[in-house]
Design a protein around this ligand. Structure first.
Ligand code: SF4
Ligand code: F3S
Length: 321
């Protein structure tokens, strides 16, 4: 974020300056377009977001690297502070909240008693072996805590591939028995929306929240990912696809062919097997892996850490799953 914008943002967060109506409507227009609606839908987004009651969000951290939160903190258009100020009331999030210990725990219990209910966001896998003792928060196992919070939520969102499918800590031999949210918590009736990716594009998370507020539950694919963001493969919209179609494959990363934008399939690209909107959405409107010269490793797919490795080798017959 440029310094001037950061300063403006801090002023807004300090309560000395509010986002202008123009900025707010621009945000709503961006969101309307992103969830697949035309500009005419922007006032409806504005109406839903301008209500006095922003939805309470409880954001929990499991077994993970916190990379999804890092991506969200760097969200651009909207900035993360705009998300908080305009879209949600972030009532519990261990990474960004000022309080800690007993005070943080009290904030969680208070948020859970909100009469309007709350949205539960889970980031990270859930250890399940040996009673879940490989991951604890405030004396409770992650498994117990997440089950308690998610079971009462109005909606649950699994943020990132660890929360969706178990993630890197679930890689064979998976010593902690890490599982994704729906796999671990289906017994308590949880059916989370999966925002897959390692990390996911923050816009996929924000767009899902806005969709829930304006149009309700988005249409999901077989892995519970919103079809509006995960309906096409990375390969479908890749700018290197014309080279794929001509059989023009870069032989190594330093080659002239790689620099000329030839296809990275022979260098391990899993774009043909991976459903995500990276080529069309970009990260922070700047870049995405294949454009930066790296093959897609399939980070939004279940079990990619085992099924798609070694990452820099092609899978001739496609992944097992
Ligand atoms: Fe498909 Fe990957 Fe080649 Fe792009 S670089 S055309 S996604 S195989
Ligand atoms: Fe992940 Fe492939 Fe996109 S590695 S970020 S799904 S290009």
């Amino acid at each position: 974020m440029p310094n001037s914008n950061r300063f403006d943002t801090l002023k807004m967060m300090a309560g000395t300056e509010k986002p202008s109506r123009r900025d707010f409507m621009k945000f709503c227009g961006t969101m309307a377009a992103f969830i697949g609606m035309g500009p005419a839908f922007a006032p409806k987004v504005a109406h839903a977001l301008a209500g006095k009651k922003r939805p309470s969000v409880i954001y929990m951290h499991g077994a993970e690297c916190t990379g999804c939160t890092e991506a969200l903190l760097r969200a651009y258009q909207p900035y993360f502070d705009e998300i908080i100020m305009n879209t949600i009331s972030l009532d519990y999030c261990e990474t960004v909240m000022a309080s800690a210990g007993q005070a943080a725990h009290a904030a969680l219990e208070k948020a859970m008693k909100n009469p309007e209910g709350y949205v539960c966001v889970i980031e990270g896998g859930i250890p399940t072996y040996h009673g879940g003792e490989y991951g604890k928060v405030g004396g409770e196992t992650m498994f117990q805590l997440f089950a308690r919070v998610a079971a009462k939520a109005n909606a649950t969102i699994a943020m990132g591939s660890c929360a969706c499918f178990g993630g890197i800590q679930a890689a064979a031999p998976n010593p902690s028995g890490a599982k994704g949210t729906n796999d671990a918590l289906k017994a308590v009736g949880v059916n989370a929306i999966n925002i897959a990716g390692c990390p996911p594009n923050p816009m996929n998370f924000v767009g899902t929240v806005v969709h829930l507020l304006t149009k309700g539950m988005p249409e999901l694919d077989a892995w519970n990912r919103p079809k509006m963001f995960y309906g096409d493969t990375v390969h479908d919209h890749c700018p290197r696809q014309e080279h794929f179609n001509r059989g023009e494959f870069a032989p190594d990363f330093e080659s002239e062919e790689a620099k000329k934008g030839w296809c990275l399939y022979q260098l391990g690209c899993k774009g043909p097997y991976t459903y995500n909107n990276c080529p069309t959405s970009l990260f922070n409107e700047v870049n995405w892996p294949v454009q930066a010269g790296a093959p897609c490793i399939g980070c939004s797919e279940p079990n990619f850490w085992d099924d798609y490795s070694p990452f820099f080798h092609p899978i001739e017959d496609g992944p097992e799953s």
